[in-house]
Every structure is written in structure tokens, then in C-alpha cells.
Design a binder for this molecule. Structure first.
Ligand code: 13P
Ligand code: SF4
Length: 317
């Protein structure tokens, strides 16, 4: 048996003996996705974490996602393969900066809608959380008389305003992976594959979103392609998204949209280095040692739970 296969078998064995479940985001590497019990977007992962009956959740994604799992299901041991798997978007809105902003704008009495890509500290300062899969729906539920502050992603916020007609004050945050797609890179790839449908994540800038046939969350990309009559799709998001798409829809063609600086060099694609911190080796080590574990101070967790819970409820009803 190859060393890789042995590693995968050891992970499966430990998963059984520790009564663990493996949750993975759509941007994880193919081999991490393949050993997971569930692969999905931030919203699907939050639901799965909340309903999990396992003793241990091994969360393969970035830190804020694992933190969300602990927030919604605190009695479980939540492990991450690599505790340094951060997120540039989450980092663009530190809790202390948000707190200062809210203090300075007390008179506005903002209703704070936070995209799930943020720390527990930011969630605790928010009224409701949203993901790319439910953002328009969540913003649509905010009482009409309240002014909204949307953090941390300005692009998603702008897109939600387009969808809902609701004007919002936008935090100046962004994701470096999605910012790398530009109008020029999208025009170049469209010219090369003129028959392909273009899907873009809402974290992309307006110029990119407006060239797309559909703007949606990573989970919706899968369902959109499944029900589409088209044979080929250009995907403007993190490139390992294509692993799941190709696996579930093997008869279709998927093209990773190229980030701008690399258009000329052709086949380079957008990677989130934080998502790639997780490896099979680190997954095995985490299951063996029970570390690194997500730990959130109880009072902070309780404050962060309320807006997440509100999102889960508003998403369902
Ligand atoms: P999704 O919830 O659409 O999977 O997005 C998560 C993310 O981090 C996008 O960069
Ligand atoms: Fe964060 Fe961007 Fe990576 Fe998503 S792709 S986890 S927003 S850095």
C-alpha cells in the first residue's frame, strides 16, 4: 500500500476510534476534500457543525470557520489541522477597530451585519451574521428604520445593496484572492472560452461581478452548474473549488478564471494560501494529539452566538 493510502487509512481509523467528523471547505485541497465527511460553503459548514453528534469536529478550513463551529456547538472538541490558517478578509476588520468605530458613530445606532469571515470578537459586536449564500436574505430582514453597517467585505456589501436596494455603510475590507480577478483577466478568459458560462464569487470586485452570468456562494456554484444546460463554466473563485465541481459533474468542463497579473503566463490560478495550510499529515497529527483545539472564552462565545443563531434562524424561515 502506498504511503499516501496508509496515511488516509490512519485518518479513517482515528476518526472512528475518536468518534470524530471531518468538515471541509470547498477551497481545501482535493485530497483533504476526499477524506472529509462533508464538504461545503460557510453556511453549510455552520449547519453541519451545529447538528453534529460526534465528540470531535476536525475542521478543515480557516480559523474563523472552526471558531464558528465552536460557537454553535460548544460542547464539542473542535480541532484545526493548522491554527495559523487565517483569512486576509477577517484580518481587515479587527474587533478593537470595529469597537472604536461604533463608539465614534454611536449616534448612528448602526445595525451591524457581519459577513461570517470575521473573528469571534467581531461577531460578538454584531447584530446578525451572514454568509455569501444568504447575505441578501439576511439584510432584507433587518428592520427598515435601522441604518446598516456591513463588515468586513466591501464587495459583498456592494453586491447585497445591488440585490436588495438597501443602502449600507460598508467597511473597507476585502479578500486578496478575489481582488486578484480583474475586468481584463475576465475579458481575456471569456474571449478564450466564448461558450462558457461565467460564475463569480461576490467577494470579487464590481467590474468582475458585472461580467459574470451568475454571482453566488461556492455551494450555489455547484447547484447552478448541476442544473445548467451548459457544458463549460469559468469559475472566478479559489481554484480548488474546481476539485468538487469536477468530481460531482465529471461530464462538464471547468476553467479556473486567471488572476490578473498571471494572465499572460496562462494557466496560473487563484489560491488561498491560508486554506492550503491544512494537509493530511496535519489532520492526522491533530486527531492523534487532540491539538490544536479551538478555545473561546465562555462570555465571548455567548455574545458571538446570538448573531450567528439569528442568521441560522433567518436563513431557515
Ligand atoms: P463561501 O461561503 O461562499 O464558501 O465563501 C467563503 C470564503 O471564504 C470565500 O472566500
Ligand atoms: Fe479568507 Fe479570501 Fe481565503 Fe476566503 S479566499 S478564506 S476570504 S483569504
Amino acid at each position: 500500500m502506498s504511503a499516501r493510502k496508509q496515511l488516509i487509512e490512519k485518518i479513517a481509523e482515528l476518526k472512528r476510534s475518536k468518534n470524530a467528523v471531518i468538515l471541509a471547505h470547498n477551497y481545501q485541497s482535493g485530497e483533504v476534500q476526499d477524506v472529509a465527511d462533508y464538504v461545503g460553503d460557510s453556511l453549510g459548514l455552520a449547519y453541519k457543525a451545529r447538528e453534529s453528534q460526534a465528540d470531535v469536529i476536525l475542521f478543515c478550513g480557516v480559523h474563523f470557520m472552526a471558531e464558528t463551529a465552536k460557537i454553535v456547538n460548544p460542547s464539542k472538541k473542535v480541532l484545526v489541522p493548522d491554527k495559523d490558517a487565517g483569512c486576509s478578509l477577517s484580518d481587515s476588520c479587527p474587533a478593537d477597530k470595529l469597537s472604536l468605530f461604533l463608539d465614534a458613530h454611536r449616534s448612528e445606532n448602526y445595525y451591524v451585519v457581519a459577513y461570517i469571515n470575521c473573528s469571534a470578537g467581531v461577531k460578538a459586536l454584531s447584530d446578525v451574521i451572514c454568509t455569501s449564500g444568504n447575505a441578501a436574505r439576511i439584510v432584507g430582514r433587518v428592520p427598515a428604520e435601522r441604518k446598516i453597517l456591513f463588515v468586513p467585505d466591501r464587495n459583498l456589501g456592494e453586491w447585497v445593496t445591488q440585490q436588495t436596494g438597501r443602502s449600507m455603510t460598508l467597511w473597507e475590507g476585502s479578500c486578496h484572492v478575489h481582488m486578484a480577478f480583474t475586468r481584463e483577466s475576465m475579458i481575456a478568459v471569456r474571449e478564450r472560452y466564448p461558450d462558457a458560462i461565467v460564475l463569480a464569487h461576490p467577494e470579487c470586485v464590481h467590474a468582475v461581478r458585472s461580467l459574470a452570468d451568475e454571482v453566488c456562494s461556492t455551494e450555489k456554484m455547484v447547484s447552478y452548474c448541476r442544473q445548467s444546460a451548459s457544458k463549460s463554466f469559468i469559475i472566478a473563485t479559489e481554484a480548488d473549488m474546481l476539485h468538487r465541481l469536477k468530481k460531482e459533474l465529471p461530464d462538464r468542463e471547468f476553467i479556473a478564471a486567471p488572476p490578473d497579473a498571471w494572465v499572460a503566463k496562462d494557466c496560473k490560478c487563484a489560491h488561498c494560501e491560508f486554506m492550503k495550510c491544512n494537509t493530511l499529515e496535519k489532520m492526522l497529527a491533530a486527531l492523534e494529539s487532540g491539538r490544536p483545539e479551538i478555545d473561546i472564552e465562555a462570555e465571548l462565545r455567548e455574545r458571538a452566538f446570538l448573531p450567528v443563531e439569528r442568521m441560522l434562524e433567518w436563513s431557515r424561515t
